[in-house]
Ligand binder design. Structure first.
Ligand code: GLC
Length: 780
């Protein structure tokens, strides 16, 4: 069992520091440096990836990672050279050089042109009771991104980021620990970029120059230091490798890209029926209705309220007929219910699935059902059990699961007072019999493991059918099992603004399917805030409107005609963009690329983009500059290098340029890169209303290409090749613009369709798309 460190604060003891190397051994891809008892091991996993481990005791623990899907030995053999000089050992791969100084033992990395990165400071690596740590230099002009869903602005330089999953209720710009703990970041400066994955599930922390300017520190309560260095230099390359390590998202069901509506709560089947018919009657596209906690009987998970939801199957069926999918909330806290005949509690107790304290007593906390006990999702039999319990929901016809409160959130009595938050005892035993550990090591994994249980359970109960999953908490790798939203935000302009860097940083942490509660969860949105948030929310990979109990209604029609019209227009635009965004999801499944991107993702050599936190890109083509203050109708917009077109007016700008955009309430400034090809669908009321039987390629002059991805949208057959791609290209030749339609590749056969090629500002041509290559010429 790993050493129990257990205190959630750092001690003041001085650090012991790794000393001189006394001997060196190489065993295939691993080089071991012995420094007395303490040891350092560097493993070369890929030309741009090394793993560094340091143990103060000389014993590397049999350590399995719950996040890393590709173990050290599973990486293909990689050529590298090791050279020993008088005072250093040099490890050279095709892409980087790692220099290990022998006295004292220090690591320095260099790219091929000799630019240093991830260099140890003199302190390098150390330990003290209950903690290990590493210190590295912050280079001039270096900026820090990722860290899951950090609050504040985009760049995390000078911040402290703690990795400890927390119910971050009432979070604000200064909040540190959030719902997700993703101990990964990327450090970028022009021309140089690297990522660090800190492979620890214990409490850990990054200090990005807060304590000591010019130095970043990683610290963990694990008894050894274990981290990966991933060389880029581009963010895309870093993410590609990082998601090879921690996994990528599967293709979501296509309908889950539609608009989702939620409220805590639509309290009865009648209210939900009314809600659904409002959407259809008002012709506001919507695909998913989320059921919040009040569908349950006394907040007992996997039950239905007999009064308010007397016939859930009929309700779900009727909604389905009308093009709606249902996603109910799910909670880890199982009502402690020995008196009643509550199967979930009884079974869990009988099979000993709930977490106990070291003295063997059941651990309980207080959540929605009051006194509750908590499954130990670290054990596969518990995950299987939970996954099977979900059958009670899938039998009724639900199409997804929304996992909430899985940090886990729990209180002492009374439940609901933010001052009463507690956590499991850190020494509470958890995990499988042959790998028992304690809550100190597994706390950060609770949400991830619950999400895994959900995913795998659904896979069993609905074989062959993709489902939608949403999780409030997670750890590195959560993208494999679930989409993510940023928890309980507020109906404030500042929260709308902050959603941009939060979602961008999530994307830069390998989590592409992300969103925030549109309109704000707590509090009442004004009509103006709601309209502006919908405009921005149209770009969120996961688009859901949500609001809390006792707040004003936040449906698209709740703010009068003008706002309703704006909501309709932007939701419609989202549906039109679906062929484009669905392709971006495919990219996320194959390369780990985010869907929503900060400008620096595409312009990493333009230092101006490093701090832009209020503009955003949807894929490579669209750049949005939302309005996030009341009464504002103008804003500054930075357009990086290249030619840009105004989406609405076709006005042309030559970047890099700062412009002043005019944005009356119905307009969110939106720009397209020259040479963009955006495949668009007709407006639909829900995604599966019709197949993609009409396609418009909107093309903006310039040179560019886009590869459209298509599959059936709801099965896993794409995994065995049932998808197709079509590459479109545009270029200019003298007074002509040539559009090349590539032949369709792959075995999936899309619906027969006519394709309209609209060369923006010039004209359009149509052809019947038979999947064969063709060339269209436009004269200017
Ligand atoms: C939590 C969730 C929120 C949900 C509420 C009631 O606060 O974050 O989305 O509506 O619980 O279930």
């Amino acid at each position: 069992m790993p050493q129990y460190f257990g205190q959630l604060h750092t001690s003041e003891q001085p650090w012991s520091i790794l000393g001189a190397v006394q001997s060196i051994q190489q065993n295939q891809r691993r080089i071991l440096f012995k420094c007395g008892d303490p040891c350092l091991a560097i493993s070369v996993l890929a030309p741009n990836l090394i793993r560094v481990r340091m143990t103060p005791t000389g014993q590397f623990l049999p350590h399995r990672s719950w996040a890393v899907t590709q173990g050290d030995e599973e990486w293909p053999t990689v050529p590298f050279e090791v050279r020993e000089t008088v005072d250093a050992v040099e490890i050279q791969t095709e892409q980087l050089r790692v220099l290990v100084n022998q006295n004292p033992c220090r690591i320095q990395c260099f790219d091929k042109s000799g630019q240093p990165f991830a260099q140890d400071t003199d302190q390098a690596m150390g330990w003290r009771t209950g903690a290990t740590a590493g210190w590295k230099q912050i280079e001039a002009d270096e900026h820090f991104y990722g860290f899951g869903e950090p609050t504040g602005l985009l760049d995390q330089l000078s911040k402290v980021r703690t990795n400890w999953t927390s119910d971050a209720i009432d979070f604000g710009i200064l909040t540190d620990s959030m719902y997700h703990a993703i101990p990964f970041f990327m450090a970028l400066r022009p021309g140089v970029g690297y990522g660090v994955f800190f492979n620890t599930t214990f409490w850990s922390r990054f200090d990005l120059g807060a304590e000591q300017p010019g130095v970043w520190r990683m610290e963990t309560q694990a008894s050894e230091l274990d981290y990966y260095i991933i060389y880029g230099p581009e963010p895309a390359k870093i993410l590609d490798t990082y998601t090879q390590l921690t996994g990528r998202m599967p293709m979501p069901p296509r309908w889950s890209l539609g608009y989702h509506q939620c409220r805590w709560s639509y309290e009865s089947q009648d209210i939900i029926r009314k809600l659904a018919s409002e959407f259809r009657q008002r012709q506001i596209p919507c695909d998913v209705i989320h059921f919040d906690i009040d569908y349950m009987n006394g907040y007992r998970i996997f039950t239905w309220s007999p009064k308010r939801f007397a016939n859930p199957k009929e309700l779900v069926d009727d909604l389905k007929q009308n093009g709606f999918k249902v996603v109910p909330i799910s909670e880890p806290g199982v009502k402690y219910d020995p008196e009643a005949d509550y199967q979930v509690f009884d079974e869990g107790l009988k099979n000993d699935y709930f977490i106990r304290k070291t003295n063997g007593q059941l651990f309980h906390g207080y959540v929605w059902p009051d006194k509750a006990v908590f499954p130990d999702f670290m054990r596969s039999e518990v995950r299987d059990w939970w996954g099977n319990l979900q059958k009670s929901l899938t039998d009724i016809g639900v199409a997804g699961i929304w996992n909430d409160m899985n940090e886990p959130a729990l209180d002492d009595r009374p439940f609901g007072d933010p001052g009463n938050k507690i956590t499991f005892p850190l020494d509470a035993p958890q995990g499988p019999a042959d790998e028992k550990t304690n809550h100190a090591e597994t706390h950060n994994l609770y949400g991830l493991m619950m999400a895994q249980a959900s995913y795998q359970g659904m896979e069993k109960s609905r074989p062959g059918e993709r489902a939608f999953f949403l999780s409030r908490a997670g750890y590195a790798g959560i993208q494999r099992w679930s989409a993510v939203w940023t928890g309980d935000n507020q109906s404030l302009w500042e929260h709308m603004e902050m959603s941009i860097p939060m979602l961008c940083n999530l994307g830069l942490s390998g989590v592409a399917f992300v969103g925030t509660d549109i309109g704000g969860f707590a509090g009442n949105a004004t009509a103006e805030l709601f309209a502006r948030w919908m405009q921005l929310g149209m770009l969120y990979p996961f688009m859901r409107g949500h609001s809390a109990l006792t707040t004003a209604q936040h449906e698209p029609w709740a703010f009068g005609d003008q706002v309703e019209k704006i909501c309709r227009e932007y939701i419609e635009l989202r549906y039109q963009l679906l062929p484009y965004t669905y392709t971006l999801f495919w990219e996320a499944t194959t390369t780990g690329a985010p869907i929503l991107r900060p400008l620096l993702y595409h312009f990493p050599n333009d230092p101006k983009t490093f701090t832009i936190a209020d503009q955003i890109m949807l894929g490579p083509s669209l750049l949005a500059a939302p309005i996030y203050r009341p009464g504002v109708e103008h804003r500054a917009v930075y357009l990086p290098e290249g030619r840009w077109y105004d989406w609405w007016s076709d006005e042309v700008f030559e970047g890099p340029i700062a412009i002043l955009a005019h944005a009356p309430l119905e307009r969110m400034p939106l720009y397209v890169r020259a040479g963009s090809i955006i495949p668009m669908a007709p407006v639909m009321q829900y995604v599966d209303e019709r197949p993609l039987d009409a396609l418009t390629l909107r093309i903006w002059r310039g040179t560019g290409q886009f590869t459209l991805y298509e599959d059936d949208g709801h099965t896993f057959e794409y995994k065995t090749g049932a998808f197709c791609t079509t590459t479109y290209q545009v270029r200019s030749e003298g007074q002509q613009i040539i559009v090349e339609i590539g032949s369709r590749e792959g075995s999936f056969l899309p619906a027969g369709r006519e394709t309209i090629v609209e060369l923006v500002g010039i004209g359009e041509q149509r052809f019947v798309d038979r999947g064969t290559a063709q060339q269209l010429t436009f004269s200017i």
